[in-house]
Design a protein. Structure first.
Length: 194
C-alpha cells in the first residue's frame, strides 16, 4: 500500500478481534512513530505498550479518575459505571499509550513537542493500517490527569496525549465524508490576494 492510498483509506477502527498481535508488527508501528518530524530532533515521544494483564493498571487508573468526579462512588450504580470504565483498557489486545516528554533545550517551543508526538501518532495509525491492523486514537480528560502522569512515571512536564487501541479489525468502517480541499484552502499568488 503506498502512502497516499494509506492516507485515503485509513479509518478509526473501534472494534477489533481479541487476537494476539505479533510483537514484530507492534514494533513496526512503533518505529513508524519515531520517524515523525520533530523540531531540533528532540524525539519527545514516549510509548508504553500494554498487552495482556499489562492493560489492567490503565483500567484501574481510568476508574480512579472517574471516581473522583462522582459524589458517591460507592453506590451500586456508580460501582457498575466504574467496572465498565475499568474494562475500557481491555477493548483491544494492544494499547499503545503515547506521551510527551518536552526537551529542556531553551530554544524548544513546548507546543512543537506536543505537535511532534501527534505527528508520531498519525504515523503509527497509518502504519497499523498498512499492516492490516485496525486502530483508533482515543483521548479525553483522563489522558491529561495527573494520575496518568503518575502511572507512567512521567516527569512534571510530561503528559499522556492519548491511547492507540490496536488489533485485527472486526468491523467495516463507514465511508468517510470530508470537505473538499477548496473549502478549507485559500491560495495567495499575489499581494492583492490577502
Amino acid at each position: 500500500m503506498d502512502a497516499l492510498e494509506a492516507l485515503r483509506t485509513r479509518r478509526s477502527i473501534g472494534l477489533v478481534l481479541d487476537k494476539v498481535v505479533p510483537e514484530e508488527l507492534i514494533n513496526q508501528v512503533l518505529e513508524a512513530g519515531t520517524w515523525a518530524p520533530n523540531h531540533f530532533k528532540t524525539q519527545p515521544w514516549r510509548f508504553f505498550v500494554l498487552t495482556g494483564d499489562g492493560r489492567k493498571p490503565l483500567g484501574e487508573t481510568l476508574a480512579k479518575i472517574a471516581a473522583q468526579k462522582m459524589d458517591n462512588p460507592e453506590t451500586e450504580e456508580n460501582q457498575q459505571k466504574l467496572a465498565k470504565t475499568k474494562e475500557k483498557s481491555l477493548r483491544a489486545p494492544v494499547v499503545i499509550v503515547a506521551a510527551v516528554e518536552p526537551s529542556d533545550n531553551p530554544r524548544v517551543i513546548v507546543k512543537e513537542e506536543y505537535a511532534a508526538v501527534n505527528a508520531a501518532v498519525q504515523n503509527m495509525l497509518l502504519a497499523a493500517h498498512a499492516l492490516g491492523l485496525g486502530a483508533i486514537w482515543r483521548t479525553g480528560e483522563p489522558c491529561y490527569h495527573p494520575e496518568m502522569r503518575k502511572l507512567f512515571k512521567l516527569s512534571d512536564k510530561g503528559e499522556v496525549l492519548g491511547f492507540i487501541y490496536m488489533g485485527y479489525p472486526n468491523m467495516n468502517p463507514p465511508a468517510r465524508k470530508i470537505k473538499p480541499v477548496s473549502e478549507v484552502t485559500r491560495w495567495f499568488n499575489t499581494e492583492n490576494d490577502f
